[in-house]
Design a protein around this ligand. Structure first.
Ligand code: ADP
Ligand code: ZN
Length: 621
């Protein structure tokens, strides 16, 4: 960027957002916006895409259009911008007719720098006429992967955006997405008809996220143990089924955690209420299916837990990406078990069967299931591999990772105790499978091994087997986990269908004949270590003051009916609790406080800090 442009960008980001520097690629993306060169900007969630289309219209004093797929996304962004004194509005189906007329009049008068619209609204004849009148020069397409059917979130209405370039030949089009695959990127460029676009691809690694992947032994207790490290902080717990989200939310609530369930089966009202409560920090934890995601912009999510294995690395990356969007440290813990793989497979097949009944396209659906199973296997491999998580993820998304030790994953932090020899126990398990004739499911085999005194065991005479009760010293949950781990490692087979039974394969026989050792993972969640990142970002922060300021933020947010992070991000609160400014002027040096917030929220903040530190408020006296 040349000198004058750099200078005016600096001025603008300082004034509106209280930022000092641009993040990687933001400068290039802003330049494309200023110079009207089409662009495709690919950055991971939290990378800072929005700033790239928010800055150019300020510099050029023009009105730009942002196309966004969800009302909640638009609303949150507009709330956030307005809190910074940035002139922006949104037009969507949630805006009533009189309000719409008012907004349209202001749009026509050129009062806004950004107008957010849904694709349907954008292409309506009246809005088209308005845009032609204003001679719109730039369009930003947010979540641009929605235009591609290869993406994980295809929206047919996005297809219509293909006409933009023809209808507004003088305008540039800028596409933004977090989707990493080449196929989707190419599709976006083609569908939108971008001409010689500047393609900017960011680094996908998120150094502020700590990844931990653990075998599930006692799911509920493990989830609680992780959340215990994040008391009264925001967390999301992802589950596979709707029922599990509800059970999890109930269990968390009974442990004194402010939690709610969220899934596609709830009505829109209920979902909105939960989203709002989460955004306004009235609840800390949401137990959700994948449905909870887009539209959740709370930037201070400190923890994302996968109570069960996600169905693909793409989903995992996206869902963990919701943690630490404010750039501060956050923890992502995934629990997995071979049971999850089987459950997903079963769900894929059932879904495909239902679709077949509707459409009768057997081949296509067999193909879809095969592709899903392939992604599932890759996810499973990621979980089981004992290699750096940051490296594994970067490489999966086609990017090199150069650090020998990331310092932010269970493997590099030395928490994985490695594999311990479990050959003896494994032989006992396998031999029990043989004794019951390879005709029973996991529950029954575990019953026999544990010496359970049940009618079924007695009735079948299985209490008389040489393997009955042979592992009675091992806790049941542990035994079940070991069976799943053996399946995971290909040392046992489990049939599919309604009543799956476990059977032996060649590898099992090698173990039984003493030709093969078995090593199973032993890991410990409780010993999670603090990362350097964690220590540094809390450096010098008065934690009590931080908590006090969080309450203040919550009060202001409630009063103004906006999400809490719109008022201040966690990074801002920490900086306040670190520097403890005593005058409004000093607020100018605080991260994330621009001119508007300085005058608008400054007095309240200074007063609170003064009260907290027991000093005189120099602004009041
Ligand atoms: P994305 O849309 O790529 O997911 P956002 O635009 O929401 O990411 O930005 C994520 C967070 O980073 C927001 O809290 C935003 O305020 C912050 N951010 C963006 N750019 C900068 C910057 N240059 N300096 C500091 N913080 C930034
Ligand atoms: Zn690592």
């Amino acid at each position: 960027m040349d000198g004058t442009l750099t200078e005016s960008v600096q001025q603008v980001i300082r004034h509106y957002w209280g930022f000092d520097t641009l993040r990687p690629l933001q400068a290039e993306a802003i330049r494309a916006g200023v110079e009207h060169r089409d662009s495709l900007v690919v950055m991971p969630t939290g990378g800072g895409k929005s700033l790239c289309y928010q800055v150019p219209p300020l510099l050029e004093r023009r009105t730009d259009i942002v196309v966004s797929p969800l009302i909640s996304l638009m609303k949150d962004q507009v709330d956030g911008l307005q809190a910074c004194g940035y002139p922006a509005e949104a037009l969507h189906s949630g805006v009533d007719a009189p309000q719409q007329r008012r907004i349209e009049a202001s749009v026509a008068a050129g009062e806004y720098r950004l107008v957010f619209v849904s694709p349907e609204r954008l292409l309506s004849p009246s809005f088209m006429a308005l845009m032609e009148h204003l001679d719109i020069r730039a369009f930003a397409i947010d979540e641009a992967h929605c235009i591609s059917q290869w993406g994980h979130d295809f929206r047919p209405e996005y297809r219509k955006l293909a006409t933009l370039k023809q209808r507004f030949p003088r305008a540039s089009v800028h596409a933004y997405t977090a989707t990493a695959t080449g196929q989707v990127r190419d599709d976006i460029v083609e569908q939108l008809g971008l001409s010689d676009p500047n393609v900017l691809i960011g680094v996908f690694d998120r150094p502020n996220l700590v990844y931990r992947v653990l075998p599930r032994t006692d799911g509920a207790a493990q989830v609680l143990a992780v959340l215990d490290r994040h008391r009264s902080e925001a967390a999301i717990v992802y589950c596979i089924t709707r029922k599990e989200t509800e059970a999890t939310a109930t269990r968390l609530a009974s442990n004194g955690i402010k939690a709610a369930a969220y899934h596609a089966g709830l009505d829109a009202d209920q979902r909105r209420r939960t989203q709002d409560a989460f955004a306004e920090e009235r609840i800390d934890v949401v137990a959700a299916t994948v449905a909870f995601g887009m539209g959740i912009d709370r930037s201070n999510v400190r923890c994302v837990i996968h109570a069960a294995m996600p169905k693909s690395i793409e989903h995992y990356q996206q869902e963990t990406g919701r943690a630490g969007r404010d750039g501060l440290e956050a923890e992502c813990v995934a629990f997995y078990s071979a049971a999850d793989v089987l459950k997903w497979q079963w769900l894929f097949e059932r879904r495909a069967e239902n679709a077949d009944a509707d459409e009768g396209d057997m081949d296509a659906h067999a193909g879809v299931v095969a592709a899903q199973v392939d992604l599932l296997r890759k996810m499973q491999r990621y979980c089981r591999a004992l290699r750096c998580r940051h490296r594994a993820l970067s490489e999966y998304f086609g990017q090199e990772y150069r650090q020998p030790n990331c310092g932010a994953c269970d493997v590099c932090l030395g928490e994985v105790e490695g594999l311990v020899d479990a050959t003896v126990e494994s032989r006992k398990i396998l031999s029990c499978v043989a004794r019951v004739g390879q005709r029973f499911g996991i529950g029954h085999v575990v019953d026999v091994l544990a010496g359970a005194d049940t009618e079924r065991v007695r009735g079948l005479g299985h209490d008389q087997l040489s393997t009955a009760g042979i592992l009675r010293d091992v806790p049941r949950k542990h035994l079940t986990t070991m069976v799943y781990e053996l399946i995971d490692q290909g040392l046992l087979e489990r049939t599919t269908g309604d009543r799956p039974v476990i059977t032996l394969n060649d590898a099992s026989w090698e173990v039984l004949r003493g030709l093969r050792q078995v090593r199973l993972p032993r890991r410990d969640v409780k010993r999670a270590r603090r990362t350097t990142f964690d220590r540094e970002s809390w450096e010098g922060v008065d934690r009590d003051l931080f908590e006090r300021l969080r309450e203040v933020r919550r009060d202001i947010a409630r009063l103004r009916q906006v999400p809490a992070y719109v008022i201040f991000s966690d990074a801002t609160l920490r900086d306040l609790a670190r520097q403890r400014p005593t005058t409004i002027e000093e607020l100018a040096d605080i991260y994330g406080i621009g001119k508007q917030k300085q005058t608008d929220l400054g007095p309240r903040v200074i007063e609170e800090i003064a009260r907290f530190t027991g000093g005189e408020c120099r602004e009041c006296s």
